[in-house]
Design a protein around this ligand. Structure first.
Ligand code: HEC
Ligand code: HEC
Ligand code: HEC
Ligand code: HEC
Ligand code: HEC
Length: 314
């Protein structure tokens, strides 16, 4: 009996000790869910980072991450198509009208286009969809721009990458904390809300981008969707061929674009994309008596994809 008690004490002691040690890294309590787009936007607002990180902010604003529900303008309409032609027509989705939409339905796209939607209530999903519908119908330029701003107010902002998605192996490295920005160092951070800095071990590695850039069907969803699969091609084609650069090396460093992660719309990326070899020669061909000598040109073009993955993706 005595031994048993001792054993129990030891076990509790160990658990307590590890809890104390891991206090700043264990899973934080879930905060109340955002009830409006404005609340969700405020929670992930990147504006407060601009003052001290102006260059990063400007680069990020140019990138498509800063308008991840609009993209080039094609994403928002495609989300509506997925809802109207897919989700509403599936017999077991539970969705007949927009008012039936819940966060779990929107996850088909939001898993990567707006992962923080899991911190919002179902009403926010309905508000986003209503805003996209209003934007599509609007003829007045000024009003359209207002709606466009509202759609882009929820996006892949600084704290989506530097907090929410920053830690990949949460059991090993700990859960992201609500008062911390994650980067390459630990210490104090001069921000009223995020006053700590901590290390995110994989932020500089391809797997970090892979969380959203897709490796195939999203099997963890009740209704798997597939959009981007570029990370899959990075892993299964580029790396086995001997490729050893990371997404960050090509897109942020070699390109000189930093946080303006871009594709072929940027000249720097176009220049890095393909190696072209062209070889041409002239030839004279005696065809027949009537037509005589026909001049011909032979051109050999060899194109080599130098990107770290398939192009184009999707
Ligand atoms: C009042 C100024 C200030 C504001 C506002 C601010 N930062 Fe910082 N931040 C700094 C300074 C200064 C450092 C560098 C600290 C050091 O090197 O010791 C830093 C460092 C960082 C780092 C770590 C960089 C690295 O090399 O790993 C990240 C990530 C970061 N900030 C993100 C943000 C985000 C996201 C926001 C907005 C939510 C923000 N910061 C707002 C001043 C600020
Ligand atoms: C939280 C999810 C998420 C993370 C993390 C993420 N991305 Fe993205 N990224 C997206 C989404 C979603 C889009 C497309 C938005 C659209 O067009 O609608 C995108 C777009 C891009 C584009 C532009 C593609 C184009 O066609 O113009 C590039 C380049 C890119 N990301 C690179 C990166 C790199 C490099 C990393 C890692 C450092 C990264 N992304 C991390 C979600 C993410
Ligand atoms: C696995 C993550 C992921 C999921 C899930 C996902 N997307 Fe994407 N999507 C991306 C990324 C990353 C890009 C941009 C880069 C690329 O094409 O490689 C993108 C690009 C797009 C584009 C082209 C964007 C443009 O600006 O031209 C459209 C349209 C799109 N997604 C719509 C959707 C819709 C609709 C859904 C839901 C049915 C969805 N996506 C689900 C990650 C995802
Ligand atoms: C799509 C993901 C993503 C978004 C969005 C993002 N970052 Fe980063 N950030 C990174 C990655 C990845 C690195 C590290 C690059 C490396 O180590 O190779 C980084 C590095 C940094 C650094 C340290 C080094 C540097 O480049 O200056 C700071 C500071 C920083 N980010 C601040 C910000 C701020 C502020 C915002 C919003 C305006 C922001 N980041 C948005 C992914 C992101
Ligand atoms: C060896 C350099 C290199 C590496 C490594 C690399 N990329 Fe790229 N990537 C490029 C170049 C160059 C382009 C421009 C070609 C294009 O857009 O078609 C590009 C284009 C893209 C695009 C747009 C694809 C499209 O449909 O046009 C996305 C998204 C992207 N990269 C994300 C990533 C992510 C995420 C990783 C890591 C998993 C990564 N890249 C690794 C060089 C690289």
């Amino acid at each position: 009996m005595k031994f048993k008690q001792l054993g129990l004490l030891c076990l509790c002691g160990c658990l307590l000790a590890s809890a104390a040690y891991g206090a700043a890294k264990s899973e934080p309590a879930k905060p109340a869910k955002a009830k409006t787009m404005a609340e969700l936007a405020a929670k992930y607002d990147s504006k407060s980072c601009e003052e001290c990180h102006p260059d990063v902010y400007e680069q990020w604003q140019k990138s498509i991450h800063s308008r991840s529900l609009l993209g080039t303008g094609r994403t928002a309409p495609t989300i509506l198509t997925a809802i109207d032609m897919g989700i509403k027509k599936f017999p077991y989705s539970g969705v007949k009208e927009d008012k039936d939409l819940e966060v779990r339905h929107f996850m088909l796209c939001a898993k990567c286009h707006l992962p923080q939607i899991d911190e919002a209530s179902d009403e926010v999903v309905r508000e986003i969809i209503a805003t996209i519908r209003a934007w599509q119908k609007e003829d007045n330029d000024a009003k359209r721009e207002e709606l466009e701003k509202k759609i882009s107010s929820v996006n892949i902002g600084c704290m989506v990458c530097h907090n929410k998605k920053a830690i990949i192996h949460k059991w090993a490295d700990g859960y992201p904390q609500p008062d911390t920005v994650y980067g390459s160092k630990a210490g104090k951070h001069e921000h009223p809300k995020f006053d700590k800095m901590a290390k995110a071990p994989a932020l500089g590695e391809s797997i970090f981008c892979g969380q959203c850039h897709g490796s195939g069907p999203n099997f963890e969803l009740d209704e798997p969707s597939q959009c981007a699969t570029l990370y899959g091609s990075y892993l299964f084609a580029y790396v086995p061929e001997g490729g050893h650069e990371s997404c960050q090396q090509c897109h942020m460093k070699k390109s000189g674009l930093g946080h303006d992660m871009e594709a072929y719309r940027s000249e720097a990326m176009r220049k890095m994309a393909v190696k072209t070899e062209v070889d041409g020669r002239a030839l004279f061909w005696r065809k027949n008596k009537k037509e005589g000598v026909v001049p011909m040109g032979i051109i050999n073009v060899e194109l080599l994809n130098k990107a770290g993955h398939v192009i184009p993706d999707g």
